[in-house]
Design a binder for this molecule. Sequence first.
Ligand SMILES: Nc1ncnc2c1ncn2[C@@H]1O[C@H](COP(=O)(O)OP(=O)(O)OP(=O)(O)O)[C@@H](O)[C@H]1O
Length: 259
Amino acid sequence: MSEGLILKDAAVRFGGREVLKGFTLAPLKPGEVTVLAGPNGAGKSTLLKGIARLAPVAGEMVLDGEALSSMSAPQRARKIGFMPQSLPSAASLSVLECVIAALRAGGAHHGPDAAEKAMAVLTRLGISHLALEALEKLSGGQRQMVSLAQATVRDPRLLLLDEPTSALDLARQVRLLSEVRRIASEGRIVLAVLHDLALAARWADRIAVLHQGRLYAEGPPAEVVTPAMLAEVYGVEARVERCSKGALTVLIDRELEPA
Ligand SMILES: Nc1ncnc2c1ncn2[C@@H]1O[C@H](COP(=O)(O)OP(=O)(O)OP(=O)(O)O)[C@@H](O)[C@H]1O
C-alpha cells in the first residue's frame, strides 16, 4: 500500500463554472507540511473542501491507498481533520464541549476519557485556561486556536488547514505552526492554505501555488517563491531575499498594471 495522499485531476464545478481544473500534485508524504498558496478566489478552499468531501469534486483522491470517495463519512471523519476558514461559533457550548464534540464526530471516544483527551489538546495549544469559557465570548484568535484543537483532537492521518493563522498574533502564529510541525513529525500528512509566503517558506517543506484553478508551480519554498511567480500570479513587483536558516523575506514594491 502506498502511503500518503494522491491528488490527480481534481476538478470542481459550481453551476457552469469550472473552479478547479484538473489539479494534480506530486504525492503528499507523511511527515511533510505542504502549503497551498495563491490569490483570492484561486480555488484553495474549494480544493480543501473537495478533499474533505464537503464540495462536489471529480478526480482521483487516494489516502494511503484507499479512495476517499469509497470511504464512509465516519471513516473519513476519523482519518481527516479539517480546520475551515470560518471560525467555530456554536455559541451555547464551552470550549471543552466543542472539542469533545469534535472528538466524538469520528465515532470513537464515547467514554469518560474524552474530556481528558480534549483537555490534553487544549493544554498543548496553551488554551486550557479557556476550557470552560463559552465559545461566543472568545476573541477571533482564541477561537482559531479552538478550531485547531477541534481539527486535531482525533489524531487524524490527514490534516487540512484553511488559513489557520489569519486571526493570530505573532507569538500564536509560531505556536500554531510549531504544533502543526510536531503533528507532521508524528508521520501525519499536512496541507495548509497560507497567504503569508514568508511564513509559508519558514514552515513548509513544499509550496504549491494555485492560480485560476490550476497548479502553477510546486516545490521547495526557495524554488517556488520567486519575483517571476509573484509578478505572474499575484500581479506585484517584488523582491525575494534569503535570510538565515533558509527563511525568505518577500518585499512587495508595487502592484503591476494588468497586462
Ligand atoms: N459554493 C459555491 N458556489 C459557487 N461558487 C463558489 C462556491 N464556493 C466557492 N465558489 C467560487 O469558487 C472560486 C474559488 O473560491 P475559493 O473559496 O476556493 O477561493 P480561495 O482560493 O480559497 O480564495 P480566498 O483566498 O479568497 O479564500 C471563487 O470564484 C468562488 O466565488
